[in-house]
Design a protein around this ligand. Structure first.
Ligand code: SF4
Ligand code: SF4
Length: 539
């Protein structure tokens, strides 16, 4: 839980007045609570990344390579040539300020360099100095800066205070995507060995075992079998959960937290129940025991390398298409990069539900479908028997996780599902949901304990909207469809909005699902007594 020294009323003393110093002064203070620890040398070595060493951001000497400046400028030149979007984002900002107050880190910290416009300007000022005539000739007038060690440290500080959530891009009249600027900033820092452990350790684990947590294939199998046993106890129905079944119709990919952490695990139970109930011919795989892709927080090359396993395993198992579970950034990678980086997946078919016959044309290119799309279609066609009263102990609101909402447009399906499996559903204020959703404040690898103060600050706008529905409607459950959200929202809400729990959408589907041959259900998937049963017992 949050450090008791951090009282909510203290964190809310936010000073929005601009500081006296010139914005071009790069000095930053790596204060406890607002930055993440550096990546361990062993993880850099494992991944073959440059400059493995022992260092921390608060050290005066970052032990950079002697030619670090050349490396960064050459890396910038390469990326300006390679990514048209990067060059465009460096050139077209008119500093209108429409994005300025849209970032949760600015709202929660009051630090002007957390305004998206200024965050991008940290990189842009160096771009101008070395890649534009005006910046070379009149640096002061053009807003150009020399690349110094202090500027590099400032990049590290602010590019690891951006969750790559893309909320700012919704409000920019030119569509400038500051998340992409942050991605390039992190790539450049990685060239000289400046990265954080909470990103690179999961990446290294993925290299070794295929998932962030380093769970080995037998551990994956054990976890799934444990879930099957537990479901048999809860429902009286023994489901099948095939692993590495060649020739299955569908490959099902989940984030590793689903079989390892709570509340994620309760959603896994929900998935297994639905897939059993409709008799889907599917398989899990220990070689794709992770849908998430922390490469997104490292470099484009790393995204590609971590994503490659999905199509490779689909091909090996000879499935027809891929189904993916509740995860956040996994879907950004799938939706925006997968088929161009590792496709075309012309050995797969356009996903068709064998139960309803629906052909999911929008997945024609990736051949991969989100479980919410699949479940919503089942409900729409009356293929699931549901008893929403089994969720009557919950008053539910829905948090649009940034990547499924803004990076793939999955807005209606989760809501449609929730309205069918719960009686009590309430939306948070309009400017905090759907495309305008507020980030959890801990995405893109920032969900570490040492960074807790910044996470609480960045998560405050989200929590504040939850508080509104808790106070107005008695909401006691925040549903979401992202593994990182499920891990980081519980401590955030405990701090700002006590009394509100967190669940995946498919946990609530699992609670409501009436299975053929089930025993009388007296508890939900958390083993909490059902409200209606409780009431009957007391009658
Ligand atoms: S809204 Fe777009 S153009 Fe305006 S300041 Fe922000 S990034 Fe620049
Ligand atoms: S992407 Fe999100 S965290 Fe990053 S600057 Fe934009 S709003 Fe802030």
């Amino acid at each position: 839980m949050a450090d008791q020294a951090l009282k909510p009323e203290q964190l809310l003393q936010i000073d929005y007045r601009p500081p006296q110093k010139d914005w071009r002064d790069p000095k930053v203070e790596f204060r406890k609570g607002v930055f993440c620890y550096s990546a361990l040398a062993k993880n850099l070595e494992y991944l073959g990344l440059p400059n493995p060493r022992k260092w921390q951001p608060y050290d005066a000497d970052w032990k950079l390579p002697p030619n670090w400046k050349e490396i960064i400028l050459e890396g910038m030149r390469e990326r300006l040539e390679k990514y048209r979007s990067f060059r465009l984002f460096m050139d077209i900002c008119v500093r209108c300020g429409a994005c300025a107050d849209k970032c949760h880190f600015y709202l929660g910290s009051g630090d002007p360099k957390n305004m998206p416009v200024l965050r991008a300007e940290l990189l842009r000022s160096v771009y101008r100095r070395y890649f534009t005539a005006a910046g070379r000739l009149f640096p002061g007038l053009a807003g150009a800066r020399e690349l110094t060690e202090d500027v590099l440290k400032e990049w590290f500080y602010y590019f690891y205070q951006c969750t790559e959530c893309r909320r700012c891009s919704v409000f920019c009249p030119f569509g400038i995507d500051t998340a992409e600027v942050t991605m390039i900033g992190r790539e450049l820092l990685t060239l000289v060995g400046c990265n954080i452990n909470w990103v690179l350790e999961p990446v290294a684990n993925c290299y070794r075992t295929g998932n962030h947590l380093g769970v080995q294939p037998h551990g994956f199998k054990d976890s799934i079998e444990f879930a099957v046993d537990e479901l048999a106890e809860l429902t009286g129905v023994r489901v099948e959960a095939p692993i590495m079944k060649k020739g299955a119709e569908v490959l099902f990919v989940v984030p590793s937290a689903d079989y390892f952490g709570t509340p994620h695990y309760f959603s896994l139970l929900g998935y297994l129940m639905i897939l059993h109930e409709i008799g889907l011919d599917y398989t899990l795989s220990a070689f794709v025991s992770e849908g998430g892709n922390f490469g997104l927080f490292t470099s484009h090359e790393m995204i590609k390398r971590l994503n490659a396993k999905m199509y490779a395993e689909a091909k090996r198992l000879k499935v027809k298409w891929i189904l993916g579970a509740e995860c956040g950034h996994m879907w950004r990678v799938l939706h925006q990069y997968m088929d161009t980086m590792n496709g075309p997946a012309d050995f797969l078919e356009v996903p068709v539900s064998p139960v309803t016959g629906t052909r999911f044309e929008h997945a024609r290119s990736t051949k991969m479908l989100h479980l919410c799309e699949f479940t919503a279609d089942l409900i729409h066609h009356g293929k699931l028997q549901l008893d929403p009263s089994r969720n009557d102990h919950w008053s539910v609101t829905f948090h649009d996780s940034c990547n499924p909402a803004r990076a793939m447009g999955l807005l209606e399906e989760p809501r449609y599902i929730l309205r069918n499996v719960c009686h009590n559903f309430h939306e948070m204020p309009e400017n905090t949901i759907r495309e305008q959703t507020f980030c959890c404040g801990s995405g893109s690898g920032l969900g570490t304990d040492e960074n807790l103060e910044m996470r609480l600050r960045g998560g405050f706008p989200r929590a504040n909207a939850v508080k509104y529905v808790r106070d107005k409607f008695g909401v006691n459950l925040l549903a979401c469809i992202c593994a990182i959200d499920k891990a980081v929202l519980p401590p955030l809400l405990e701090y700002w909005v006590p009394g509100v729990d967190v669940a995946g959408v498919h946990e609530l589907v699992g609670n409501a699902l009436v299975m053929k041959g089930e025993k009388e259900r007296t508890t939900d998937l958390r083993d909490t007594p059902l409200k209606m049963k409780e009431a009957a017992a007391h009658a």
